[in-house]
Write a protein that binds this ligand. Structure first.
Ligand SMILES: [Fe+2]
Ligand SMILES: [Fe+2]
Length: 239
């Protein structure tokens, strides 16, 4: 049985908590700040140019605005916690963005698949954070969640439109085949020390392995049950 966690209401209160708790909060905030900004730069902003219609471009602008907004919110929380600004900017720090962003985006179908399946991964991450013991982080996750749901729904809706034609269907399946195997790495290594630290301090609920298994099953439901396409096999327990 896990013990009830200390609930920390403010950044000032956090300064009086054990150093490991503070470090765990900093790591989570820095990682989100870096990856939200990097994702907005390499996927969401370029997607505006790939979007095929004014309506799709308008929605892409909204998605890009929200992803930049997520960075801004995590960045501001990090600053309040005393994290140096340069530690939260990709490229300005030794901490690289996640490998899931290495995919070189070239087509509209790829972007739709990234939103449908990549942002589903983000939803799972935020599901744990909305219960976090550090209240400013919990509040931020609560603000972020409806937007992440919108991004995943955006991807699913456009993929549903695309698969209505045989060519579109083939292109979406091809994008899934190339993108999906890169995504389970989003959940980190099995038996991760950071994850154990996050759970110890009540910042996360699930292990990386539990999240990854849940993620693969939810991705399967979207791809196979809704779109009637095939989800490539991945080893859900390996990183
Ligand atoms: Fe985001
Ligand atoms: Fe998102």
């Amino acid at each position: 049985m896990s013990q009830p966690h200390t609930i920390v209401q403010t950044c000032d209160e956090l300064r009086h908590q054990p150093e490991e708790f503070q470090e765990a909060c900093r790591k989570l905030v820095v990682s989100h700040a870096i990856n939200e900004l990097h994702g907005a730069r390499v996927f969401d902003e370029p997607a505006v140019a790939l979007a095929p219609t004014p309506y799709a471009k308008w929605l892409c602008c909204r998605v890009a605005m929200e992803e930049y907004g997520h960075h801004v919110r995590f960045f501001e929380l990090g600053r309040e916690m005393g994290v140096p600004a340069e530690a939260m900017i990709p490229g300005a720090t030794e901490k690289p963005p996640l490998s899931i962003f290495d995919f070189k985006l070239k087509t509209w179908e790829e972007f739709c698949v990234i939103k449908m399946l990549g942002d589903l991964g983000e939803i799972l991450q935020v599901e744990d954070l909305v219960q976090a013991s550090f209240i400013p982080l919990r509040n931020l996750a609560r603000m972020t969640m409806p937007e992440e749901r919108f991004h995943a729904a955006f991807g699913e809706d456009f993929c549903t439109e695309l698969v209505a034609t045989p060519e579109g269907r083939a292109r979406v399946q091809d994008a899934i085949n190339r993108i999906f195997p890169t995504l389970p790495a989003f959940f980190g290594r099995p038996k991760s020390k950071n994850n154990a630290m996050y759970r110890k301090w009540g910042l996360k609920v699930r292990t990386n392995e539990e999240m990854r298994l849940d993620y693969v099953e939810r991705a399967r439901r979207v791809v196979e049950d809704k779109l009637h396409l095939k989800l490539p096999k991945v080893d859900a327990l390996a990183a």
